[in-house]
Design a protein around this ligand. Structure first.
Ligand SMILES: [Zn+2]
Length: 149
């Protein structure tokens, strides 16, 4: 996505969890704990992938995109489909996206990455130009008023 920035990749943390699991230091019940909310979000707003679940290896993973930010108001913390994100990115200045992978088979879930989206990430400052226009229009108004006197 064009305005994507400040990407944080959590694949190292994920690998560490999987290593712990293989070593038997954590159980599958510790890592396969997707909440009903997360699973619903995956069903209704999730992005299917062709990657197999690393735990049960029988289902493909689904990616859920959660959005956070002051501008979102009551929508903050909700899941959004991937196709909705570019639209939001053009409307809002800045919001945070958290991507979580979920297996609907065994309830495995893990944060994949986070990043910022929004118009603030666009290069080329068109707002500067409109501000200038506003100032000159104001100046024109003042001149007109002076001319009337
Ligand atoms: Zn699974």
């Amino acid at each position: 996505m064009r305005t994507q920035r400040q990407v944080v990749d959590y694949s190292l943390q994920k690998r560490a969890v999987l290593r712990e699991l293989l070593a038997g230091r954590v159980g599958t019940y510790d890592v396969c704990d997707a909440s009903p909310y997360l699973k619903n979000a995956a069903r209704f707003h999730g992005e299917p992938t062709d990657r197999r679940c690393p735990i049960c290896r029988s289902e493909n993973l689904t990616l859920v995109h959660y959005i956070y930010g002051d501008e979102l108001k009551q929508s903050a913390g909700q899941a959004r489909t991937l196709t909705e994100l570019p639209v939001l990115a053009m409307t809002l200045r800045e919001f945070q996206v958290f991507v979580v992978e979920v297996c609907l088979g065994c309830d495995w879930n893990h944060l994949v990455e986070q990043y910022l989206l929004g118009r603030d990430g666009l290069t080329g400052d068109s707002e500067g130009i409109s501000e200038q226009d506003a100032t000159s229009a104001e100046g024109g108004g003042r001149r007109r008023r002076e001319a009337q006197r």
